[in-house]
Unconditional design. Sequence first.
Length: 749
Amino acid sequence: MSRFGTIARRTFLLGTAAIAGGVAFGYYQYARALPNPLPHGEGQNPITPYVLIDQDGVTIITPRAEMGQGVYTTLAALVAEELDVTWEDIRVAHGPPDQAYYNGGLMSHGLPINDYERSGFQEMMIEAMTVVPKMAALQVTGGSTSMLDAYEKMRLAGASARETLKQAAADRLGLSRADLRTEAGAVIPPDGTPIPYADLAEAAARIDPVTRGIELRSQDSWRYLGQSMPRTDVVAKSTGTATFGADIRLPGMKHATLRMSPRLGGEMRHFDASAAEAMPGVERIIDLGTGIAVVASNTWLAMQAAEAVEIEWGPAPYPESSAEMMEIIRAALDNNPNSTLRNDGDADEAPDAADIVLEAEYTVPWLAHSTMEPMNAVALYTGDALELWCGTQAPVLAEQKAAEAVGLDAAQATCHVTFLGGGFGRRGETDFAVLAARIAAEMPGTPVKTIWSRDEDMRHDFYRPAAAARMHGVIRQGFAHTLDGRVAAPSVTRQSLNRVAGFTPPGPDKGHVEGMFNQPYGIPNYRVQGHLADLAVPIGFWRSVGNSFNGFFMESFIDEMAHAAGRDPLAFRLDLARGEHAPTAGVLEAVADMANWSGETPAGIGRGVAMTYSFHTPVAIAMEVSDRDGAISMDRAWIACDVGTALDPGIIEQQMISGLIYGLSAAVMGEISFAGGEVEQFNFPDYDALRIHQVPQTEVRILETQPHLGGVGEPSTPPSMAALANAIYDLTGERIRDLPLNRRFDFIL
């Protein structure tokens, strides 16, 4: 919960005027300072949004949501490194929803370019795209962009705070700021007597912050960055004191749940709530138009009552079965393409007589986010104001959409961001906040917690779309000569933007073909086309988005090409990467070294490899599997990534393993299927994930050769699926072109 309404007296908020501005074309030419969202009051003197110093110590304000990925730790380290405070003395809090906390890195993946090339023009365009989130107030946690956005501006926040505190001390002592130094949360004058930051806060708040001539610490003098730091959230999460959305308790609070149409987007024709209304403790049955909500004295009663409501549902606005949907997606491969974002050489070149020609088609199913904490939000509506408490990846959007739903302006809404019990893109949506607001609006003055049942959560997701690919390849003299790929799927970008902004963007959809068109492989004839397959199933951003299916398509086909050429699959990839992108070659060489890769495996053992470049980071994964009495065991995994600069190696390692597990879970057993227009999966027994004993022993190697930062939250998910499928091929001789794998193979349970 937010603590900003009760900030202690003599508070000092620091940073740099440029921090709330934007980075463009390599310098702060769009550095118009945005209003500070933190409140003013007696003894409370906010200057910029990121650093708060009061007599209780130092609080670092993070603009990004903590959903397990470690941003509360690494973002805090960016500031603490420059502020010169001891790690044990800092606190971390989430900033309020505000334009000042826009994510400048969010659009860096949106350009339809091969960003691994990083020409001067491309670098300029990537930097220019930081202006868009500023103008649109996109305070969003996603796209593996938190560090990309914060690396410079949050270090500047700490440095500006440090220098402003020194200036306040210099004014008090009649000295030059250059005569002073800082250490462990204090300014040290020449006589060595420390002046704690808290003693300087009031004076520092009265002067203009120092924003010019600031030098950031050199990398060789870092104390926190580049190290595996103790996580700032680990104690609270280990002791059960961390506050997630489901943990919010307010005086007089009521509890609600809902039932929406199991045929997504279908109408509710009629309902009879008489049985539910007769249950003691049930207070309201609310008609939501497309479903109902039950308000009761406790959540379990609300869920029981919701099940007691008899409802007649209308049909689904899409084909009733998964098979019918896949037919539409496959058929789209023959339609005119929406995009041709890579077209090197001549993919239509006729092969020579000695060439080897390959054709293959692949499919993947719909996938759910399956967060551990189901969707929930607490809302308090008073007629002229709306207050929300929830775990959200997009708090500004949540405020805007929830306020709009109850007839208020966005300025009349306040959202308090809690910890998130899993996000993966699902909590970038606003539906759970909007529905909570609508329910609370029926009970003005009473706080209402709306929590979805696991069934509702699983069956009313914004799913990763099903997709299909048709691949054509030509091998000449043992090398990849032509790769021609077509991808068909519903468009996540178009559907999501239509929900948020009410329009469908024209032009090529880069997200549709990412993970295939932008791979750092030097193939003479290399073409990738995207084909849109419109279906009314709700879809959204899922961990690694289009890379999640294109990584499987691309790296499965590259593996087929390698074997058709009679080549070792890792050496085959290295030949493609070495002349195209040195960091990609580096991660392939690293996994070869880690796994002692020889290209040969003994009977009963299978090894596979895959590499995907996504979110500015190349990741290579080698997998080892074995046959255990007819069941497949995932025994070993080796991951190599090149992130440019490893700000926290421990967190990077955790995220690489996390992405691997998420991808392997999807590859082995992930599937959302439809029958009669309804999702067939209800809960974790129907949509499972790998258990600890099934997870392979994993080793991670972090490389730092790229000149730019790479993301870490998502890039290991795309290659994980193909690495496993390729290892199973090595073990069994069966090539897998359709996921999930448990349709054809048994796995160790």
